[in-house]
Design a protein around this ligand. Structure first.
Ligand code: UD1
Ligand code: CA
Length: 467
């Protein structure tokens, strides 16, 4: 095991990412809900290094600001240091820019900033093999079905590492080699520092290749090891939108398989979009087209119909979400039923057994135990007690154009259809509200509140027959 205090991880994230054809810096493109760079930071942190350096260059401020704003949400507590690369002349120049940081450590694990599928377990194995050897460097090599675009690992007749040839510099024979450089390395910091002073620019763009340091270290009579990675997908480097989509699918598959291992039923595993980190209980059924993201936790034995969207929410056990239900930053207790097409906006809380039906919208409100808002209603800024029945088309008028106001509906209130509650207003327990009322004043307990004009019938004023 590498002594953690001597280990630093360096992530190279300064490149232009030209092939993405996007103004967004490449490390910030999203895979399964979080930036590529966040996935790499998480894997790096799992190693327990003394420091994580991120080399930034292209759109440096955007990258730094986004990372700093995201660290907490991504669970990164390890010390992160940003290093600026001003001369964007290749991966070796990126490492050179970080020399003042690297000099403080014995061992440096270098990671490209575009490989979101890497696994921390592989990084740990690489560090351990390196530590148990006399090597000056170690590279993670994987054999891939389509090596186009990657640097190829050239081995001597006895299998020992010889050098890495970049795709742009490879001849036809070299291009046939399927063992590629994953862009993940462990270096002795001293050997790396020496090799960096000896580089010459290479390739069509006259870049300084980090990959050339490996052959230089070998020339210094220090062994260079190729650590053969088992799961080649983890080396997928994102250079284009097609590779971004490929990484997204692979990670979605990983999440789906892990959930099914835990007993979750995915009706069509390839047709759900569940972020890593989402927790779901056994025998909950997820139908196709659902997006479940962020810090969401779902209990057991729920039934989630197609096309539901759930973000940063907590859902209890035995909950039924019908088709198209949309839930954000809310809590839904056991045995609730929602939808089809119900909408919970942030800070909504549904207590046990509550029901919110078709085309009803709830915002920043508590719906008490067993209460029902079944049809076409808007409930905002409301405290609703238990056993309340809200008729179809009921609206809380919570906004006066300047401020938001509260509606309080106590236990066992019965609200007829098409009622407006002009907030602030309170309806006390066991009160009844007549259909079509616009309620502007407090309604006492057990009383009937009714606020509508009486019906008038004018005879012979209807539709004239045979007109
Ligand atoms: C690189 C490797 C290649 C390997 C592949 C794996 C080199 C020379 N080649 O190729 O052998 O198979 O990754 O995915 O390293 N960067 C900087 N500053 C720069 C240039 C690049 O920080 O001036 C960073 C990029 O942001 C990126 C990483 O270095 O994260 C690699 O650069 P990229 O252009 O993606 O290299 P590849 O051509 O993919
Ligand atoms: Ca790359």
């Amino acid at each position: 095991m590498v002594a953690k205090k001597n280990l630093c991880v360096l992530i190279l994230a300064a490149g232009k990412g030209t092939r993405m054809k996007s103004p967004l810096p490449k490390p910030l493109h999203i895979v399964c809900g979080i930036p590529i760079l966040a996935h790499i930071l998480k894997a790096a942190q799992d190693l327990g290094p003394a420091a994580i350096g991120i080399v930034v260059g292209h759109e440096a401020d955007t990258v730094v600001n986004t990372v700093q704003a995201g660290l907490h949400d991504w669970g990164i507590t390890a010390p992160v240091v940003f290093v600026r690369q001003t001369d964007l002349s290749g991966s070796a120049s990126a490492v050179k820019a970080a020399l003042p940081l690297l000099q403080k450590f014995e061992t440096v694990l270098v990671l490209n900033g575009d490989t979101p599928l890497l696994k921390s377990q592989t990084l740990a194995e690489m560090a351990n093999v390196f530590e148990g050897s006399e090597a000056g460097a170690l590279v993670l090599g994987v054999t891939v079905p389509d090596p186009a675009g990657y640097g190829r690992i050239i081995r001597a007749a006895d299998g020992a590492f010889e050098n890495i040839v970049e795709d742009a510099d490879a001849d036809e024979d070299t291009k046939k080699i399927a063992e590629i450089n994953s862009g993940m390395y462990v270096f002795s910091s001293k050997s790396l520092q020496t090799a960096l002073t000896q580089l010459v620019p290479q390739g069509p763009k006259h870049e300084f290749y980090l990959t050339d340091t490996l052959a230089l270290i070998k020339q210094m009579n220090q062994p260079v090891l190729v650590f053969a990675g088992r799961d080649y997908e983890q080396a997928l480097g994102i250079n284009s939108k097609a590779q971004l989509a490929e990484a997204e699918q692979i990670m979605r598959d990983r999440v789906a398989n892990a959930l099914m291992d835990e007993g979750v039923t995915l009706v069509r595993p390839k047709e759900v979009f569940i972020d890593p980190g989402v927790k779901i209980g056994a025998d909950t059924v997820i139908c196709p087209g659902c997006y479940i993201s962020g810090k969401t936790v779902i209990g057991k034995n729920c039934y989630i119909e197609g096309n539901c969207y759930i973000k940063d929410s907590v859902i209890g056990d035995h909950v039924a979400l019908k088709m198209g239900t949309y839930i954000e930053e809310s809590e839904v207790a056991d045995e609730c039923q929602l939808g089809p097409y119900a909408h919970l906006r942030p800070k909504s809380v549904l207590k046990k057994g509550a029901k919110v039906g078709n085309f009803s919208e709830i915002k920043k409100s508590v719906i008490g135990e067993g209460s029902k808002v079944n049809h076409l209603s808007y409930i905002g800024d409301t405290q609703m007690g238990a056993g309340v029945n809200v008729g179809a088309g009921t609206i809380t008028c919570n906004y006066d154009g300047k401020n938001k106001h509260q509606t309080v509906i106590e236990d066992h209130v019965f609200v007829g259809s098409n009622v407006n509650f002009v907030a602030p207003v309170t309806v006390h327990e066991y009160a009844k509200i007549g259909a079509g009322s616009t309620i502007t004043k407090e309604v006492p307990a057990e009383s009937l509140g009714i606020a509508r004009s009486r019906q008038v019938v004018l005879e012979k004023k209807g539709v004239k027959k045979n007109d």
